[in-house]
Write a protein that binds this ligand. Structure first.
Ligand SMILES: N[C@@H](CCC(=O)N[C@@H](CS)C(=O)NCC(=O)O)C(=O)O
Length: 211
């Protein structure tokens, strides 16, 4: 019997990215929805992710945390889904490059922006992303060259980068640039992205009616 896939998630979290990836992979999985204040900090879940954060993925006896790592792991564990260039393929270079660039510099730059933290110019050298404009320019240059980041086909890197751009633009932490908008439209039109969104939206708390 195949090892069970379990996604530990919350519909209002980066778990949405991991769910999209699972929908792309197309293998059966079970989602365990955790509550921020209670089950996410309970000993049973801390034994899976001591950070008390979601998402986490269990695949048989393997646990993976960190959204980008979950995407990369699933792409390799299920190569038939063709969501990564095969190991040894040169396209693996840009594939890793943009996955790590987004999990590191992009994530740090937009988190700091959301918190209103501006890196003093004389300290940019010691900050991995330097300046947010440089991060965005690098992404824009890459996305202006081709439809996808690692060759001619969609990969897990596009899923992860696309989601960061789409949500960043929605929440105002990433400026809307035409190349970003075109790219997000392209990747979010994928049926797996729509399915994942529907599943998570159905689990998300509904706004309370007032009056
Ligand atoms: N670096 C982690 C970040 C995970 C993370 O911060 N998740 C948030 C939700 S998007 C969380 O679980 N927060 C709960 C908490 O910190 O209490 C990743 O990329 O997966």
């Amino acid at each position: 019997m195949a090892d069970e896939l379990i996604l530990y998630t919350n519909p209002m979290s980066r778990g949405r990215i991991a769910r999209w990836m699972l929908e792309e992979v197309g293998e059966p999985y079970r989602a365990e929805v955790l509550d921020y204040a209670t089950s996410m900090k309970a000993p049973a879940y801390l034994a899976i992710n001591p950070m008390g954060k979601v998402p986490a993925l269990r695949h048989g006896d393997v646990v993976v945390t960190e959204t980008a790592a979950i995407c990369a792991y699933l792409a390799d564990a299920f190569p038939q889904a063709k969501l990564a260039p095969p190991p040894g393929d040169r396209r693996r270079g840009p594939y890793y490059r943009w996955l790590f660039f987004t999990a590191g510099p992009v994530e740090a730059a937009i988190s700091n922006k959301a918190l209103g933290f501006v890196v003093p110019q004389e300290r940019e050298r010691m900050i991995g992303y330097g300046r947010i404009e440089h991060v965005m320019n690098a992404l824009e240059t890459a996305l202006s060259r081709s439809d996808y980041l690692a060759g001619n086909d969609f990969t897990a890197a596009d899923l992860y980068v696309g989601h960061a751009l789409g949500f960043g633009m929605m929440f105002g932490t990433i400026e809307k640039r035409p190349a970003f908008e075109r790219y997000w439209q392209r990747v979010s039109a994928r049926p797996a992205c729509k399915r994942a969104k529907e599943l998570d939206d159905a689990l998300a708390p509904r706004p309370q009616a007032s009056g």
